[in-house]
Every structure is written in structure tokens, then in C-alpha cells.
Design a protein around this ligand. Structure first.
Ligand code: CA
Ligand code: CA
Length: 287
């Protein structure tokens, strides 16, 4: 993701857009005899975009509401030696093609479970640098947060005119951690409503989904990412919602769940989840 990428489309704040996305292997793996190493890192984690939002100026916030996620009827997973948390225990590469029928992942003869489609890569352009779509950061990117699902609202920074939103790397389902470096990788279509928020500061990226509002942070280590996500939520509680400093800390220690997004990308990602009823009690509403 880069400030220099040419926009593929232009819209205004308030418009609805559909992103068609390849899977994280650029759709190059269709059979189980095709291995991860045959794809090559250059083709890993493509993102569709960037989208230019006419009204977005640096300092604004891009509000991305995930209206729908449609996925294909077959996904792919791979493992390889020395990749991911369990890499030392894999002596050979393996590809598994996994069908999806009636909203269920057909994992094997014994195990079928619900899909929960999510977006692995979604972000805006950084102000000056170019960040690989394989790397997460303050701009969003490869956050692999399993709560970026249909119905979620993601808040991203606008660092350059037009924001330059891109996304890809859909997963039919993925667990916190993403321990073998892939979810159930799958092509699909994401429908989003885009809006520009002006004159507001939030510790970004932030996410609203289900009963929670979340801060998401990425850093070299999981420890640092966890601390940053916590500090961001604390700042949000004190500066935006209006809790006293010490009380905000105590509250997070009681009902703020600190969770892992992923531990396998170039930076690690964590999130702090706060129940939305807290905001309601203080008459604070996310825009
Ligand atoms: Ca990913
Ligand atoms: Ca992925």
C-alpha cells in the first residue's frame, strides 16, 4: 500500500462499492498438488484497489462499513516447513483444498463447521512510505483480525488525499492467531459503504462489531502490540468517552478483553475489546 499507487476507481463519501478480491495466493492454487512454494512471494497477498474517495483529506477518518462478504465455494490452506508457529513440526509442504457447502466448511469426513467470512487485508495508503500488503500497521493492512466481518465498521486513517483504500485476503474462517499463516483462503466480493469523518480524532485503527468496540495495534512483538492496543483503548476512554484516567485503567482490567489477532505476519497484531454498553452509559456514540 503506497501513496503512489494509481487509483482504479473514484467515489464520493456516502457511496457503496463492491471490491472483487483474489485469494492470498492470487488464485494460483486450485489443486492439492500445487504447493505454496510454487506461487512465489511476489504473488502473495494481493489487494484490490486503491479506491480514491473524493472528499477524503489527510487528518480525516475513513469509515468503512462492511455491508456484505460473499465467498467462493472452495478455499485453500497450505503449510510448509519452518513457516508459522508449528513450522518446525512440518517436514514437507502440504496443500488442502476445502469445499464449502451450505455455509459449512467441509474440513474432513468428521469435521464440518460454520463459515465466518472475514477480511485479512484492508487499509489505506501510508503518508510517504510503501508498506507491503503482507504487513499490518497504523494504516491497517494485513491485520488478520477475525472480527472484520459483515456488519462491522472499521475506522482507518486518511494519510493522503483520497485515502486510497485497498483490501483482499479474505478468509472463509480464521481463528485468533492464524498460527499456520493462513486462514481458509478464498476469493470473494466485499460490499462496503464508505464515509469520510471530519474533525474527529480516534486512536486508529478502530473497529466496531457486534457488542464490542475495539482498538487494533501492530508491532514487532506481541507484547508491544498488546500494550499499544491497550494504551489506545485507555486513551479513547479518557479523551473521548470521558472516564477518569485511573478508573479507565481499572475498568479495562475488569471488562476489557485483550486478544491476539495474529502472530505470523512481519508485525504482530493485538486488539483490546470493550463492551459497547459502556459507551451507552456515557452517552458516547461512534460516528
Ligand atoms: Ca493475512
Ligand atoms: Ca490470508
Amino acid at each position: 500500500m503506497s501513496p503512489h499507487n494509481e487509483p482504479v476507481a473514484r467515489i464520493h463519501s456516502g457511496n457503496r462499492v463492491v471490491f472483487e478480491t483474489c485469494d492470498c495466493f492470487s488464485n494460483q492454487i486450485q489443486r492439492e498438488d500445487q504447493l505454496f512454494s510454487s506461487v512465489g512471494w511476489d504473488l502473495i497477498n494481493p489487494a484490490t484497489g486503491p479506491l480514491y474517495v473524493e472528499d477524503a483529506e489527510p487528518g480525516d477518518i475513513l469509515r468503512v462499513e462492511i455491508v456484505d462478504i460473499q465467498i467462493a465455494d472452495q478455499g485453500v490452506m497450505t503449510v510448509a516447513p519452518n513457516l508459522g508457529v508449528l513450522g518446525q513440526f512440518f517436514s514437507e509442504e502440504k496443500t488442502k483444498v476445502i469445499p464449502i457447502r451450505d455455509g459449512k466448511v467441509q474440513f474432513n469426513e468428521k469435521l464440518q463447521f460454520d463459515v465466518r467470512p472475514m477480511i485479512g487485508v484492508i487499509g489505506t495508503a501510508p503518508a510517504t512510505e510503501e508498506i507491503s500488503t503482507g504487513t499490518p500497521g497504523d494504516h491497517g493492512g494485513n491485520m488478520d483480525c477475525k472480527r472484520i466481518v459483515k456488519g462491522a465498521v472499521l475506522y482507518l486513517p486518511v494519510n493522503v488525499p483520497g485515502a486510497l483504500l485497498s483490501m483482499g485476503d479474505l478468509h472463509a474462517v480464521m481463528a485468533d492467531g492464524e498460527i499456520v499463516i493462513c486462514g481458509l483462503e478464498i476469493p470473494g466480493e466485499v460490499t462496503v459503504d464508505i464515509a469520510v469523518i471530519k474533525g474527529t480524532h480516534l486512536p486508529l485503527p478502530m473497529l466496531s462489531e457486534g457488542e464490542h468496540v475495539m482498538t487494533i495495534a501492530s508491532a514487532q512483538t506481541l507484547d508491544e502490540a498488546a500494550k499499544m492496543a491497550t494504551v489506545h483503548m485507555h486513551r479513547f476512554l479518557v479523551e473521548k468517552v470521558g472516564l477518569p484516567n485511573e478508573e479507565a485503567g481499572m475498568l479495562l482490567s475488569l471488562i476489557g478483553d485483550l486478544r491476539i489477532c495474529q502472530v505470523v505476519d512481519p508485525l504482530m497484531t493485538a486488539r483490546m475489546e470493550l463492551p459497547k454498553w459502556v459507551l451507552k452509559q456515557y452517552d458516547y456514540q461512534m460516528e
